[in-house]
Every structure is written in C-alpha cells, then in structure tokens.
Design a protein around this ligand. Structure first.
Ligand code: CAA
Length: 259
C-alpha cells in the first residue's frame, strides 16, 4: 500500500517496521498520518509471517505531538461529534502482536502518548519525553494523563503534565517509562534485536504474555492473576509448549511453529 506520511518495510521477514515520515513537521501526528499508521499496524498484525512490529521516527523526532496546525481551528463540535483521537488513534490498542516504540529525539504530547500505547519503549540517549499540552491551553488527549502516572507514578506525571517540561532519556528510564536507553546510532539495532527475538518465540505465548501484562493495568490484582493462570494453563495445549520444553530438556534450540 502507498502511504504519504509513513513508510513501512520488513526486517528478517519477521518484523514489521513503521517509520513516521513528516520530518519537516517533526512527525506531527495529523489525522491522515494516524489513519495510515492504523492501516499499517493492522496489515502487519494480519500477516502471518510477522511476529513483532516497531514504530519509529527520525533522529530529531519520534513525534512532536498531535498536529497543532490541524487542531488550531477545531471547535468542540468538530472534536466531539467526529470523536477526534478515538476515531484514528485507538487502532493501536486492537493490535495483538507486540509493538515496540523505538524513540529518538522529541516524543512530546501525542508523540509521548503514542509511544506509551506501544508495548514498550526503547529510547536513544537523545530522546526527550513530555506532555506540553498545558502550554497550548489543553491537556493530553490520547491517554497521557492515564498512562503516564501508571508508568512513572503520580508525582512525576503531575510535574510533567502541569509544567509541560521535558524529561530526558536517563530520567525516563529511571522513572520506568522506557525499558532501555542506548546510544542513538544503536537504536534500531537494539529494537530490531528485541523484535527478532520476540518473533522467534511461540506466537501464542507471545500474544498471551502481552494480553496478561496489559491486564495488570486494567483490572484488580486478583482478576489479573486469575486471567494469567488460565492463559498459562491454556498454553499447555499448544505444540509450542511441547517443543519449547523438549528442546530445553534435550539441550537443543527450540523451533516454534506457532501452533
Ligand atoms: N504540530 C504541528 N507542527 C509542529 C509540531 C506539532 N505538534 N511540532 C513541531 N511542528 C513544526 C513547527 O511548527 C515547525 O514548522 P515550520 O518549520 O513550518 O515553522 C517545525 O515543526 C519545526 O519545529 P520548530 O521550529 O519548533 O523546532 P524546534 O527544534 O525549535 O523546537 C519543539 C522543537 C520543542 C518540539 C517545538 O517544535 C514544539 O514545542 N513543538 C510542539 C510540541 C507540542 O506542544 N506538542 C503537543 C501537541 S498537542 C497534543 O499532542 C494533543 C494530544 O495529546 C493528542
């Protein structure tokens, strides 16, 4: 499919890479870009060969937020009636395979929120995260006030949302927003290494792990543990569990068939 504001390619025939591509606007997330991103994610999710996806930007910006130029003239009727954000941004929440955000440069406002909608964030050492919407007379609108406190705790989330200041990669890692920080020139290598590793595991175990960790955010501990226990039990019905354990016992590499 031909896209205008993103590019896509595959790596090692198993990883789908989506690059946000509006460099002059620091990858500001326009409605059309978000539609294209949703289409690309769905296409990779439906592709049996693909086991994991990466969303990335460029050296200067992952994404500097929702497109302020596009939003500037929106009225309440425009955003409420047309369900702005929900309409185009929530597709990523329906994606079942893991999605890694490989972030360099600015990840601000909607850019930070998009990164947080991914399953985990690997950051380059020049990454900067923030929710500066307060400076525009609005608040985060794509989950920032909800996901940021879950990731970094109330104090830092309040600080970022109320002051609009940026947090560098070191602070973001210390706070728990990102899983790893690497030198800028190693960012894609690191993200691809993780994505290829994930793609090599049994698909059902991968989907189950993602579903279960996500439950930790949305329900009670007791419900989450019960959900995990049942998924754990269910994986004993897969051929991949037999293969993984037999390979371990017989000291050979496992070859998963995603069955
Ligand atoms: N929307 C639209 N255009 C943007 C943009 C955005 N979010 N961020 C940057 N741009 C554009 C700039 O307008 C500029 O365009 P021109 O060259 O045509 O003037 C170009 O990208 C380069 O930006 P700067 O010249 O400002 O670059 P800089 O290096 O001096 O500053 C920056 C970088 C600090 C990130 C600055 O661009 C900035 O503050 N951007 C806005 C960040 C922001 O407020 N994001 C939140 C948006 S609201 C939101 O996301 C709502 C939500 O929760 C869903």
């Amino acid at each position: 499919m031909a896209y205008e504001f993103i590019t896509t390619h595959t790596e090692g025939e198993k990883v789908g890479v989506i690059t946000l591509n509006r460099p002059k606007q620091l990858n500001a997330l326009s409605p059309q870009l978000m539609v294209e991103l949703g289409q690309a994610l769905k296409a990779f999710d439906a592709d049996e060969a693909i086991g994991c996806m990466i969303i990335t930007g460029n050296e200067k910006a992952f994404a500097a937020g929702a497109d302020i130029g596009a939003m500037a003239t929106y009225s309440f009727a425009d955003v409420y009636r047309d369900d702005y954000i929900t309409r185009d941004w929530e597709t990523i929440r329906t994606i079942r395979k893991p999605v890694i955000a490989a972030v360099s440069g600015f990840a601000l406002g909607g850019g930070c929120e998009l990164a947080m909608m991914c399953d985990f964030i690997i950051a380059a050492d020049n990454a900067k995260f923030g929710q500066p919407e307060i400076k525009l007379g609005i608040i985060p609108g794509a989950g920032g006030t909800q996901r940021l406190p879950r990731a970094v705790g109330k104090a830092k989330a309040m600080d970022l949302a109320l002051t609009g200041r940026m947090m560098d990669a070191t602070e973001a890692e210390r706070a728990g927003l990102v899983s790893r920080v690497v030198p800028l020139d190693k960012l894609m290598e690191e993200a691809l290494g993780a994505a290829l590793m994930i793609s090599g595991y049994g698909r059902m175990a991968v989907l189950a792990a993602k579903e279960c960790v996500n439950r930790a955010y949305e329900g009670t501990l007791a419900d989450g543990v019960m959900f995990e226990r049942r998924m754990f039990h269910a994986l004993f019905a897969t051929a991949d569990q037999k293969e993984g354990m037999d390979a371990f016992v017989n000291k050979r590499p496992a070859v998963f068939k995603h069955q």
